[in-house]
Design a protein around this ligand. Structure first.
Ligand code: ZN
Length: 411
């Protein structure tokens, strides 16, 4: 019975992903030969066509990724790979133990990571390269991979051990304690990430440009925002994408601009973009997002608490061995096929926040400068100006460029 529910969810999610990608490809191609009126003076046809081709290439890659993921999930569960790995680790550890659970979960995560590697390499060294965005070298890719694994191990394994220990030793309310641990851990990660983890991958240097620094100081004073310094990050080391920038809030509120942003935008444009980011902070979008993710993980852990010791949950997913750690692993693997259908709501929330932050930027900086900055960023990133409306509504964290600009013009 549960096998059918799982298969139905997997099929529905996979078909929806592929269908949305096909819609996106068709829509972008249909609008490939004319720059939308709003951008006619600012984006050349060749750039518009490059953006279309880039969007189509990414959507095609997404379809391949979707199909590979579905195949891996089926092989792990109903295909019996998980049971086989569990039997293998049972030779070393008793099945209902932290060590068996940890070994099994890490093996599966590692396996999935390895199987995903060829496609990541193809994305960076073939697709991004073809469109001229890639700055990554093979050496940097593997250095990043090793560092990422090390950081993942240091930050992830202790958390996994604590959760598994709670599952096995804390009684029927283990899921509630695990939720408290996870919520606290997410705050801890937010605090240490900009100061401890990001410097492992990027260099941060104080903002040198006095004209830009002056403008930003003015903006911070106007909005009553206190920061611990302005930094520039060497994002161009990996990609020429003008990733707007991020502001490393938390205990040490540092403002960080990507070097690609500073080099491409005029100071007034950077100021407007920064005002938008400050808007996210001032309007408590970051806190709201965190509260939503806590509520979401509460529901998921409650569900896992109810499912974890049920043999039908394990058997329905192709595993005979019934243990709580295996339930956790199955849940982590299978849940995305169900939560996929919540995605449009999260996207909607995010787009609402983007409009609010734009309004904040218009009130505290210059809306016309923000429009100019957005057009440049869309141009430089080859982001499509003509996304399929349904694809955009389902996935996009940011409203389509035309809609944002239309609202900014009337702000
Ligand atoms: Zn934003």
């Amino acid at each position: 019975m549960f096998t059918s529910i799982f298969l139905a969810a997997l099929a529905a999610a996979t078909l929806t992903r592929v269908w949305l990608a096909q819609r996106q490809i068709r829509h972008v191609r249909a609008h490939r030969d004319a720059v939308p009126g709003l951008f006619a003076g600012s984006i050349p046809l060749a750039a518009h066509q490059k953006a279309a081709d880039y969007t189509v290439a990414k959507a095609r890659l997404g379809v391949v990724d979707t199909l590979i993921d579905a195949a891996i999930l089926l092989a792990l569960t109903l295909g019996g790979v998980l049971q086989w790995l569990s039997d293998l680790w049972q030779r070393a550890f008793p099945p209902e133990s932290i060590w068996h659970g940890t070994a099994l979960i890490l093996t599966v995560l590692l396996l999935r990571g390895l199987l995903g590697l060829p496609l990541s390499l193809y994305r960076i060294f073939v697709v991004e390269e073809r469109f001229g965005f890639n700055r990554m070298t093979w050496k940097l890719f593997f250095v990043d991979l090793v560092k990422g694994l090390a950081v993942g191990t240091v930050l992830g394994v202790p958390l996994l051990l604590v959760v598994l220990w709670l599952m096995l030793a804390a009684g029927p309310l283990w899921w509630l304690y695990a939720w408290i641990v996870l919520a606290a851990y997410s705050v801890f990660l937010q605090m240490i990430y900009p100061a401890v983890v990001m410097p492992l991958f990027n260099k941060f240097s104080p903002l040198e440009d006095p004209a830009l620094a002056g403008r930003i100081e003015g903006l911070l004073q106007r909005t009553g925002f206190r920061s611990r310094g302005l930094y520039v990050m060497d994002g161009s080391k990996r990609s020429s994408h003008g990733n707007a920038f991020f502001a490393g809030f938390g205990a040490a509120k540092r403002i960080v601009l990507f070097d690609t942003l500073v080099s491409r935008l005029q100071p007034a444009e950077v100021e407007a973009v920064l005002a938008h980011e400050l808007g996210h902070y001032k309007l408590r979008h970051i806190v709201k997002g965190m509260v939503i993710s806590w509520a979401f993980s509460f529901v998921l852990l409650l569900a896992l608490g109810l499912l974890a010791d049920k043999p039908w949950f394990h058997h329905g997913l192709g595993v005979d061995t019934v243990t709580l750690p295996i339930a956790l692993l199955l849940f982590m693997l299978v849940m995305p096929e169900f939560t996929f259908f919540v995605q449009p709501l999260l996207s909607l929330f995010s787009r609402k926040n983007e409009y609010e932050a734009d309004r904040y930027a218009a009130a505290n900086a210059d809306a016309a400068e923000l429009v100019r900055a957005l057009v440049k960023l869309y141009h430089d990133n080859s982001a499509t100006l003509t996304p399929d409306p349904l694809h955009s509504a389902y996935y996009d964290s940011h409203p389509p460029a035309a809609m944002r600009i239309a609202r900014l013009r009337t702000a």
